[in-house]
Design a protein around this ligand. Structure first.
Ligand SMILES: Cc1ncc(COP(=O)(O)O)c(C=O)c1O
Length: 392
């Protein structure tokens, strides 16, 4: 367990912290394996680059999807075997590829002939898997356009890889982060199926399919404070049936990989923060509005607050009168607010400066997206526990 670091001169309360419940994360991993039996899990560590969390997942048997040499080093430090780590970022320099190869990684994501040529030069004989583009529809963060290629390009990319002495080992997709529909994976499976057939026509027989990240967290609320309620059971059914379908049409048995980030950690991380102040003011449209400012916001743990609202718990204020208030972070930036500062949620009317608040389902991408000192606010310290503190 790491103790909170000395925060020094900072506006953040000394008790503010990001708490992970390792037991909850391990349980989430076990449930994922039960839902998708036989699948290899490569945790996308960008979602939670916390040593204790990575160590717990590696000990449970997970591998890692790493996006840079620094992430590979962190995964290795956590105890992962190099052959359980892949370089999942299609964007990498020659130096990144060479460094990953030196660290023992032999499997690389790609989506372009240019990247394949660089991999052949700097990681000779490596295994490559080609990322197919998806629409991103149905996801809160689409991850489309910047990554992935069309099926006909994937055939060209993997044929180039083979000709360059690499192993054309697989195909991958990412249907977008916090994907809310089973249909997105169904479409991805259809695209994968067509591409496998086209590859077979060129004599290329991949050994695995990577179904990516995107699995949703369960605890978020939408911008108006309504639970998002993703259809997780349906998503798992689509994935299981999809894997069966792909395996049946492939020319050789396929392994399946998933690389969830958010799904494993979001609901097992809680931010302990403080109320800065509850105010009431006239807004530019002439109406009155309450604003609740917290010691935590977009730049110190709640980077995703423009898309989702986290459930808030105010210990000691249960059962008190509630009033609508727009919730925002402590900085001078107006982006530092839930739902672009437009949608009030219900909060206790009597909240006072210094009152504790717990921000639930805050475990994904919280630490990785913190600024280093915007408005003098230091990154939150991280604490890992087993049992209660990861909840509230
Ligand atoms: C290649 C890749 N894999 C996996 C993930 C994890 O996605 P998620 O947190 O939605 O599961 C990401 C997220 O950006 C990614 O880029």
């Amino acid at each position: 367990m790491s103790a909170p670091k000395e925060p020094g001169r900072t506006r953040t309360s000394t008790t503010d912290r990001l708490c992970y419940d390792l037991t909850g994360i391990e349980r989430q991993y076990d449930i994922l394996l039960q839902e998708l039996p036989g699948t290899r899990v490569r945790f996308a560590l960008k979602a939670c680059p916390v040593d204790e969390v990575l160590h717990a997942l590696a000990a449970a048997g997970a591998g890692f999807d790493a996006a840079s040499p620094a992430e590979i080093e962190q995964a290795l430090r956590a105890g992962a075997r190099p052959d359980h780590i892949h370089y999942g970022n299609t964007v990498k320099s020659d130096q990144d590829i060479a460094e990953a190869h030196r660290l023992g990684v032999r499997t690389f994501a790609t989506d372009s002939v240019e990247d394949v040529t660089a991999i052949a030069a700097h990681a000779p004989r490596a295994r490559v898997f080609c990322r197919l583009t998806t629409s991103g529809e149905g996801a809160l963060w689409g991850l489309n356009r910047k990554f992935g290629c069309a099926p006909e390009d994937a055939v060209r990319v993997l044929a180039t890889a083979r000709d360059a002495g690499l192993v054309p080992a697989g195909l991958s997709v990412h249907v977008g982060s916090q994907q809310m529909t089973g249909e997105a994976w169904q479409q991805a499976v259809d695209t994968l199926a067509g591409t496998l057939v086209a590859l077979a026509g060129r004599g290329i027989v991949p050994d695995h399919v990577n179904l990516g990240g995107g699995l949703p967290a369960l605890g978020y609320l939408d911008r108006r404070g309504t639970p998002l309620d993703p259809p997780l059971d349906k998503i798992f059914t689509v994935l299981r049936e999809g894997m069966e379908h792909l395996d049946a049409l492939a020319a050789a048995p396929l392994d399946f990989v998933v690389e969830p980030g958010r799904h494993l950690v979001a609901d097992h991380g809680v931010i302990h923060a403080r109320v800065v102040r509850l105010t009431e003011r006239t807004q530019p449209d002439g109406g009155r509005a309450r604003w609740l400012y917290l010691s935590v916001g977009k730049f110190n743990g709640l980077y995703e607050m423009d898309q989702v609202t986290h459930p808030l718990v105010f210990p000691g204020r249960e059962g008190e009168e509630l009033v609508p208030a727009i919730v925002a972070g402590p900085t001078c930036d107006s982006d530092d607010a839930y739902g672009a500062g437009r949608y009030p949620v219900l909060v206790p009317a009597s909240l006072a400066s210094g009152d504790p608040v717990r921000v639930l389902s805050a475990g994904a991408y919280a630490g990785s997206y913190m600024t280093q000192g915007f408005n003098g606010i230091r990154p939150l310290p991280t604490v890992c526990t087993r049992g209660q503190e990861g909840h509230h």
